[in-house]
Design a binder for this molecule. Structure first.
Ligand code: COA
Length: 257
């Protein structure tokens, strides 16, 4: 399969999806988002793939929604364009998504990074929600996910001023998993993906679901959900294998069953 706006590679059990519109700093137009949803859903169904890395180019992970594409749109065009449905598809990907970010992750670029489950940032990464400078606000989850990630007082400042934060500042705020030198960002994300890919896939899937549940339920509901997932894993062959392997002091061979 060839892609117009993506470069897609597989390395054993991991997939790497690179956004590829470098001339416009990977601005997220509709065609790119359609391709991204297609490729992520394909990998989500692919039993050989266990973790997905999403990356951009050196100058930008993504500088946001493509401003030229919506410059002349009306409110009704935006409503009927269903552009945010694409984001819902990405939200529903069950396999872990790791963003490797260098350069700008602004607006929709920051929202896309935040839709991922972990963010490895290069030193040059710059995060922000600059929509306010266009007379807009974030529309793909920024007001909700940034607030959950960094808290009300920091999210409010970033969203109301459009200020960009450095990778180090983002790390201190809890917006990224860790910061590494730029040239290591993709490598580090792939190493993390490989580590996760070696774990029991059903447990990984339920762990992701349970952590995400923390964002939209009460503590009691979340604890109950966690426990149900925990019990369910006792029905898996991989739990048998993991426990036997530990007791026999040998590496476990997980099969996703
Ligand atoms: N949509 C469409 N095109 C974009 C874009 C976006 N979100 N972000 C950058 N581009 C394009 C620029 O128009 C420019 O294209 P051109 O060379 O044809 O004029 C090219 O990418 C390079 O960007 P440029 O602005 O020249 O780079 P810079 O280093 O001076 O500034 C940014 C980089 C990221 C600070 C700046 O491009 C910017 O503010 N982008 C918009 C960010 C934003 O508001 N995102 C939210 C959108 S809702």
């Amino acid at each position: 399969m060839t892609w117009q706006h993506l470069v897609v590679t597989r390395e054993e059990a991991i997939a790497v999806v690179q956004l590829n519109r470098p001339d416009v700093l990977n601005a997220l137009n509709r065609a790119l988002m359609d391709e991204l949803v297609t490729v992520l859903e394909d990998f989500d169904r692919d039993e050989e793939i266990r973790c997905i890395v999403l990356t951009g180019s050196a100058r930008a992970f993504a500088a946001g929604a493509d401003i030229r594409e919506f410059a002349d749109a009306s409110a009704v065009d935006m409503l009927q364009g269903y552009r945010f449905q694409q984001w819902e598809h990405i939200r529903k990907v069950t396999k872990p998504l790791i963003a490797a970010v260098t350069g700008f992750a602004l607006g929709g670029g920051n929202e896309l990074a935040m839709l991922c489950d972990m963010i490895i940032a290069g030193e040059s990464a710059r995060f922000g929600q600059p929509e306010i400078n266009l007379g807009l606000i974030p529309g793909a989850g920024g007001t909700q996910r940034l607030t959950r990630a960094v808290g009300k007082y920091r999210a409010m400042e970033l969203i109301l001023t459009g200020r960009h934060v450095t990778a180090r500042e983002a790390e201190a705020m809890g917006l990224v998993t860790r910061v590494v030198p730029d040239e290591m960002a993709l490598q580090e994300a792939k190493a993390l993906a490989k580590e996760i890919a070696a774990r029991a896939p059903v447990a990984i899937r339920l762990a992701k679901e349970a952590v995400l549940k923390a964002f939209d339920t009460t503590l009691e509901g979340g604890l109950d959900y966690e426990r149900k997932c925990f019990y369910l894993l006792f029905a898996t062959e991989d739990k048998e294998e993991g426990v036997r392997a530990f007791l026999a002091r040998r590496p476990a061979q997980f099969r996703g069953r």
